[in-house]
Structure formats: C-alpha cells, structure tokens
Design a protein around this ligand. Structure first.
Ligand code: IVH
Length: 717
C-alpha cells in the first residue's frame, strides 16, 4: 500500500496502518508548527493529510484512534477558510452625519417613489451594531452555511465558528425552504474585558484586543473553533439575503418574524413616520448608549415597506432604502510633535501628524492625517501645538482643530516640501481641467520614485486586490529594496528565479560579517516559509478580472469602478484594447467608456492615461505572461433581454420616476443613455415625447411605451 492509495481501495488492515501513520505524521507536524514555530510541511499538504485521515475514518468508523488528528482541537484544520459566494451581495450603508442628511434621505426616498405630500412613508430605526456582519443560510430549516461578509460578494465559510454562538439557532421551524438571515456578530463589554483579562493571564506578552469589535472579528475568524467557543460572541439579526418566499410585507414585521424563529433582534427597533421621529429616536438611542453593554456606532434607518425597498434598489454598494446615521466621532487632546510626509502610490505627498500617543475611543493613536498643504494652513496647525484628535470607526484619525489657548510662543509653522522626500523629484500641484490648482502636491518621479513603485506593489498584493497571503508590506519593502520584485509580474516568477539560483529570497543572520548558514539560521524575512509564499502566489494565477483591474492601481479606479469595467468588458484583453483605442476621444470606444454608468470622463481619463504610458503597458504585458485572468461572467438571467442594450428614456413616466426606471435598467445590465443615436437599442417613450421619439423613428430604433417596458423588465428579472 502506498501513501497515495485511494481511500476506497484500502483494506481494513491497510486503513489501520494508514491511520497510525497519519496520526504520527500530523502530530509531528503540529508540534513543529505550534511548538517550535518551524513548519515541516506546506499547509496544503498538511490539509490534504487531514482530509485523508477524515475520509478513512468515515469509511472505517470502528478504526478511529484515540489520538486521531480529527479529535484534536489544538491544531488548525486548515490555513484558510473556504470561500463562499453570497447568493445576494452583502451591501454596505451610506452614511448620514447630521439632521440635514436625515431630512435629505427622507426627501430623496419620497421623490424616488413619486409620493405625494400626504402619502404615508414609514421607516424603521435601530442601533447600528459595531461588530462584523454574517450571513446564515438555512435550507429546509437547517443551518447549512454561515459566512462572513468578506468583500460583499465573497465571504469566508465560518459555519463551525458561528455554531458556537448561543443566539444562533441551528434549526428553525416553519422557515421557507431557503432562508438567509443576516446580522451582526459582536462581543459585549463585560465579555470583552474578561477575554482580555484571560489573555493577560494565559498568554502574557500577547497584544490585547483594542476594542470589542476587533475581539469579535479575531474570535470569529479563528481557524480552531475551540478557541471561538471560548470567546463569548453574540448575534443580532437585522436583515436577510436570499429567501425562497417573502418573510413579511414590511421590515418591522420581518424582524418580528426573525425573532419568532428564535433569533435575537434589537429591542430598540422602532417604526417612525417622519424625519423628526427618526431623529428623536436617534437621540434616545444615543442617550442609552452608555448603558447598552455593547458598542454601537450609529442608528440605521430603513424604509419599512419591502415593496418600496424593492423599487428603490441599490446604487453601487449601498441600498437607496437605508442609511446609517452615525454618532459624532470621539475626540481627545494631545500634542503635535512633528509632521512627516508620506508618498503614496499615485505620488501624492500626504502630511501625517506625529502625535504624543493618546487614547481616543479606546484605541491608542500616535498618527493622524493632515490631508494636504491647504488643510495645514486652513487649520493653522503648528508643530508643538495642542490639537484635538478625532477618530470614528475605522476611519484614519484626523486633526479637528488647534487648541489656540495652549499655543506656545514661537510655535513653528510647517514648511511644505516642494520636492519628493523619497526620490528628490519636483513635487507639483497640477492644474485641473477647470483651471483650479489641485489640493494635492504630487511627486513627478512616476515609477522612478521608489515610494510610488513600492506602494503600487503593496496595493497590488493587498486584500481587496490580488490578496496574496504572506506578501505583506514588510516583505514587499524587503524584496523591493533588494531588487527582487520591482513590478507585479516579478511576483509570479519568484519561484522559478529562486529555483534557478538567480535570486535568494532568504536573508541571513550575520555574525562577524559572515552569513550564518546553519539550519534554522537561514530565515526568510518575516515569512513562515518560502513554500507557503509560493503556494499563495500560485493560488492567484487566475485572478478575477475586477480584482486584477483594481490591483493595477490606476488613478480613480478602486473596487467599485474596477467591477464596472470588468462587468462591461468581461475580458482583460477587451478592457485594454478599449483603453488604448479610447485615447482618441472621437472614437466609439471613448464614447462607450464614458457611457458606462458610473464611469464618466474623469475615471476614463485615469484608464486612458495609464495605458498611454509605455512602462505601464510593458509591466502589464510582463504580468499577463504569468497569469491568466478570469473572464467576468454576466450575472444576468437567461431571459434577460435588456442586458447590454443601450436604452433611452423620454417623456413622462407614470408608474415610476425616470430615476427609478433608469436604475432598474442598469441593475439588469443595460446602459442608459441621454440621447438617441444609431446605437440606441430601445427608446422608452412616455407622453410628451418629442424630438427623441422622432429621431428614433427615423433611425428605425425600437420604441416601447411604459407598459411595454414594465412587461419587458418583468420577463427579464
Ligand atoms: S443593514 C443592505 N442594520 O453596518 C443593508 N447593518 O455599514 C444591510 N450593521 O455591513 C445592512 N448594524 O455590518 C444593517 N442594524 C443594522 C446594522 C448593520 C450594523 C453593519 C453591517 C453592514 C454595515 C454597513
């Protein structure tokens, strides 16, 4: 029998021997990994052995050993969680910061729904829990998969860990066949303190959790669920994902239904009829904050009627039917010790305040952004000043103002550099198209500036871009400084270059000027193992198109715009070809690019400028020689006849507003244009249509009335 013998061909005797071998090998591996911190095998092999052990045990349950690896909780079952693609994306929320924003939100919703003045419109208002969201999928009433939010499209499978949470039912009676319940996993203040206390006792020297949110996130994403089980997490249900049958006609009743099914829901949830009632409830919740026993960072308002929610739909990543009214940020006073200049991946020189460390909202802050040169002047910030520092949630701490009464005589003004502190090139404030001077001063060194090149690489490997595990900021700096990685394509040739002896990824402990080569003294900088790194890199050789576009670090292209481009062009080739052709602003390619909903001229300029540069095209070419980007699949349904069509709306619509019709068309993948041309596929004409209708008829464009359009949309959903 060999170690690779298929499990279903093992005799009982073989199986017994194999289980003994696996128990010993895995125990040794565990000891090496946990005890000695010196892994003896790569994680993928380790996972494969554990899987094999489980399979054999499933086939021969009688042979399960007392010391079986499957019974041990000390070792991680896997190095990474399995990915889960959400059946319905998990969205974020737009923010409101003051009463005016809340009034605007209510007015916007009323306008979108075309409500008359006296028409009622109810909302729910509930605390915004400061934890991390999770999706619980029930099939026929049984919890099958529990996942984190991840990037909203794809999360991590943490079912086992979620099952350790008491307030999450495993089974539900009377639920629809498919029911996805969404809510927030959080840790109470008391439990947070207890967890940190225990950590101090049991693992002295290990960092304590900075706040309950971090503690909840760290605990839920434990590979070893026995650890999660020792961390008292809780769950509030507030929303849902895919459902095979509607659970209620309103948000309020849906939450009541979730509570009936056994979920904890928030008792401070109220129904409100006006902006004033929402604000009153916000103030009430704000006052109760200190006694709640868990962290909240605002109040979420949601349109109550679910049919209205459906009509309002989404913009980009947030629903139109909800908003998060945030609490004022927390503040503290400290001293500004100095101002450092950081150079970002686009060459922007950002002043960063160096502060005497101070605790703000439970976190120690020693840096804060000062945004730009004008901001320093506007706030008259001088070195040595006492300043008010503010932080809100995950936002980078900011300097709100100077405490002028504390200003010392002779406090120094900061002189903003006119040259890049990293490469010495001139740093300029450019003029934009409108002739305004840009607030940002930028290094003109491009990729010859090491700061920009290294920052771009860090962005390339970051979580929301290619997400290469094990290649963090420190490794990029190290490999960049040693000329091992200078551009993205170099990452994918590390393995072959290392094997060929062209590079040496290791750094050496030096003694008396000599590298120490004895085993164990040869250490890759900040890496657990070079093989782990190669495995992580290999796992990213077929990146999703949107991640790849985001990873390139093109100006004005982040996650959202990258997704728009990926959805529009579907392949990298098509995207690049269009970007190059669009250099000619009279071309159809240019027109098409700026017509992509959400793109526009500024974003298009970012893409066009990027591909205009020879060194960028070269770097992309080198990269594409190493990787094979995935094609973006259209998410549209098979019956969707609207996807990809260019649609123009004209005249008055009666059952919905123009914005609503436009949003609906876009959500089905259509492009909405303002003018009729030979390329227009459909003109939807309401009463009062004039010249556009005539032009469309002249060009032979298909014309629909509102009822035809509604029918077409219904068949496409
Ligand atoms: S509703 C489609 N309700 O806030 C909207 N979110 O900033 C779904 N959150 O990712 C979210 N408390 O993690 C909603 N009562 C609440 C919430 C809540 C906390 C979180 C959630 C979401 C984030 C958006």
């Amino acid at each position: 029998m060999s170690a690779n013998e298929p499990v279903d061909q093992l005799t009982e005797e073989d199986a017994k021997a194999e289980l003994l071998r696996l128990a010993t090998t895995l125990a040794d591996a565990d000891k090496a990994y946990h005890g000695d911190d010196a892994p003896v095998m790569i994680d993928a092999d380790y996972d494969a052995l554990r899987r094999r052990n489980l399979l054999i045990e499933e086939r021969f349950p009688k042979l399960v050993r007392d010391d079986s690896p499957s019974k041990k909780v000390g070792a991680p079952p896997s190095t990474r969680f399995e990915k889960v693609t959400h059946a319905a994306p998990m969205l974020s929320l737009d923010n409101a910061f003051d009463d005016g924003d809340v009034q605007d939100f209510v007015a916007r919703v009323r306008r979108f729904l075309k409500l008359e003045e006296g028409d009622p419109l109810a909302f729910t208002a509930e605390p915004k829990i400061d934890g991390l969201s999770a999706n619980l999928r029930y099939e026929n009433g049984v919890l099958t998969v529990g996942a984190t939010r991840g990037d909203g499209q794809v999360g991590e499978n943490v079912t086992g860990n979620l099952l350790t949470i008491g307030s999450i039912p495993r089974r539900i009676d009377g639920a629809p066949e498919i029911l996805e319940v969404r809510g927030e996993v959080y840790m109470s203040h008391t439990d947070f303190e207890a967890v940190n206390k225990r950590r101090t006792r049991e693992e002295p020297g290990k960092d304590l959790f900075a706040n309950p949110r971090n503690a909840a996130a760290g605990s839920l994403r434990q590979l070893d669920r026995a650890i999660t089980a020792r961390r008292p997490l809780k769950f509030f249900a507030y929303s849902w994902g895919e459902v095979s049958a509607p659970i209620a006609p309103t948000q309020f009743e849906a939450i009541a239904q979730l509570s009936e099914w056994g979920f904890a829901t928030n008792a401070l949830t109220r129904r409100c009829e006006t902006a004033e009632e929402l604000i009153a409830h916000y103030q009430y919740i704000d006052k109760s904050r200190a006694t709640l026993g868990y962290d909240i960072d605002g109040v979420v308002y949601k349109v109550d009627r679910l049919d209205y929610q459906g009509r309002l739909g989404f913009v980009s990543r947030a629903p139109r039917w909800a908003v998060a009214h945030k609490f004022a940020a927390e503040q503290a006073i400290t001293v500004l010790d100095g101002i450092d200049i950081q150079v970002g991946r686009t060459g922007a020189l950002t002043p960063v305040a160096r502060l005497k460390p101070v605790t703000v909202g439970g976190v120690v802050v020693s840096n804060a952004t000062l945004h730009n040169q004008d901001e320093i002047e506007r706030k008259d910030v001088r070195i040595g000043d006492h300043v008010v520092v503010q932080r809100a949630g995950d936002v980078i701490p900011q300097i709100v103002r100077v405490v002028m009464e504390e200003r010392k005589k002779g406090a120094r003004r900061f002189v903003f550099p006119q040259a890049c502190p990293v490469c010495g090139s001139a740093a300029l404030r450019e003029e934009n198209a409108k002739g305004e001077i840009d607030v940002v001063r930028r290094c003109t060194g491009g990729l010859t500036c090491d700061a920009q090149a290294a920052e771009r690489l860090k962005h390339f490997v970051s979580r929301k871009a290619l997400d290469i595990d094990g290649l963090g900021t420190k490794q990029i700096d190290d490999f960049f400084n040693r000329d091992i990685i200078r551009e993205p394509g170099d990452i994918f040739t590390l393995k072959t270059r290392q094997a060929a002896g062209e590079i040496d990824l290791y750094t050496y402990k030096m003694k008396d000027g000599e590298p120490q080569l004895k085993d164990g003294e040869r250490q890759p900088t900040n890496l657990k193992s070079i093989n782990n790194l190669f495995t992580a890199i290999d796992a990213r050789r077929t990146p999703p198109l949107d991640r790849l576009i985001n990873a390139l670090g093109i100006r004005h292209i982040g996650e959202t715009n990258a997704r728009l481009f990926a959805q529009h062009y579907c392949t990298f080739d098509a995207f690049q070809r269009a970007a190059i052709a669009a250099q000619d602003s009279d071309s159809a390619d240019y027109q098409q690019m700026i017509d992509i909903d959400g793109v526009g001229a500024l974003v298009a300029k970012g893409v066009i400028d990027f591909f205009r540069e020879h060194h960028n095209r070269h770097a992309v070419g080198q990269l594409l020689a190493q990787i094979d980007p995935q094609e973006m699949k259209s998410t549209a349904s098979a019956d969707n006849v609207v996807a990809g069509k260019i649609i123009v709306f004209t005249g008055t619509l009666e059952t919905m507003t123009r914005d609503e019709a436009k949003a609906q068309a876009q959500s089905l993948g259509a492009k909405v244009s303002g003018s009729v041309s030979g390329k227009t596929d459909i003109l939807v004409a309401g009463p009062g249509a004039g010249s556009k209708l005539k032009k469309a008829e002249g060009l032979g464009v298909k014309v629909l009335n509102e009822a035809d359009w509604v029918a077409l949309v219904e068949t496409s959903l």
